[in-house]
Design a binder for this molecule. Sequence first.
Ligand SMILES: Nc1ncnc2c1ncn2[C@@H]1O[C@H](COP(=O)(O)OP(=O)(O)O)[C@@H](O)[C@H]1O
Ligand SMILES: N[C@@H](CC(=O)OP(=O)(O)O)C(=O)O
Length: 452
Amino acid sequence: MKVVKFGGSSLASGRQVEKVYHIVASDPERRIVVVSAPGKRFSEDIKVTDLLIECAEKALRGEETAPLVNTIVGRYKSIAEELRMPMDVISRITDDLLSLIAGNKLNPAAFIEAMKASGEDNNAKLVAAAFRYKGLDAHYVSPRDAGLSVSNEPGNASVLPESYERLARLKEEPGIVVFPGFFGYNTDNEVITFSRSGSDITGSILANAVQAELYENFTDVDAVYAVNPHIVAHPKEIRELTYREMRELSYCGFSVFHDEALIPAFRAGIKVNVKNTNNPEAPGTLIMSTRKNTDGPVVGIASDDKFSSIYISKYMMNKEIGFGRKVLLILEDFGLSFEHIPSGIDDLTVIIRQNQIDTATEKKVIDRMMHDLDADEVRIEHDLALIMLVGEGMRQEVGTAARASKALAEAKINIEMINQGSSETSMMFGVKEAVEKKAVQALYREFFGRAE
Ligand SMILES: Nc1ncnc2c1ncn2[C@@H]1O[C@H](COP(=O)(O)OP(=O)(O)O)[C@@H](O)[C@H]1O
Ligand SMILES: N[C@@H](CC(=O)OP(=O)(O)O)C(=O)O
């Protein structure tokens, strides 16, 4: 049995749903189909999830929502029309959306969650109806009925371990199960979503639960490329990746597969195959525990922006037992999670995601650090980009850092900081956001040669 997930780009129009139908119908092992909400049909288009968030916010402010409801329902309707399906499913989707909007708004976060999740929920109903209409024995299954319980963290849920045993029963379902991605239910039976792009996570959880032979993740590119195709045109396709490599890469910008979606598949030893809905014959990228390393030290280069660094300097810091603990305690008190902490003898830098800290908190953090740590200097800088060189092969090969630094120096890029992960499968370079693309392009040339 295979679990197959189709992203928003694969379900954005009737033509796309038609392709999805053929992919599912062509392999009887494709028995569990996880779907996202309809995504973008062209680059300026708006994802249904974003339309739903806007609609929920308007409803909370008491503003007119009818035009947005029309646009959202119109997205589903145009899919059904393109497929020449009966329209009864569209009436049910319209009723569902209208009753959600008219529903309880006492808890605004819960209201937004339910609206957001309806994108996937209604699309699963539509896709199941489309499959049936085209002759497949398919039916929608609700995450509530299937027992997908998640932590009570709106927009950032994690699956609860007890879900797996219940979800394993999906194996026994007759025909093809169409399951909405992106959300589960908390213990109070309220809808809670994963973080954005989280339908990948649902697919991985189901693959683990039913012990699938493969988790196929269908998107709109032929493979995971060695670098973001928006930064380097026609980059090299990656054939094989380890779970660890993919997690590092997706955490730092490879948006093609969600970093949190690796863990459930990894725990059950299920291979993940990233494939293209528009070119299903292409082999795609296989993600697994180990791979033959024939590609040199670096398999991929990822980058992400909007990081801040908190620089802390204190003479003789190296001798002060408990200094690191005090720094971490301050971060914890302010609810700040950190990404990296490169350190020297008398200083250390904490890298955090910028969206966690506003100007007022920034001042409080600096004051608290100056006071509690008795620091000589505490300074916060913003607008940093992190670039990750990733590859299991780096462990065996000497000189990767030197090659990377030389490539950046030749491109006249100043390196703000360097950090090598203790697993030795990744190396991080911090640069100013303004030179992020140039830096990634220089590193790509160094490790992969010119793009075709
Ligand atoms: N290294 C990479 N390899 C492939 N695609 C990438 C990479 N980095 C970023 N992307 C982007 O990820 C997109 C696919 O992810 P996403 O839009 O979330 O798809 P879906 O709608 O299928 O969930 C690609 O179209 C591409 O623009
Ligand atoms: N629709 C949700 C969840 C998701 O996974 O979408 P996509 O497969 O289009 O990335 C989002 O936009 O976040």
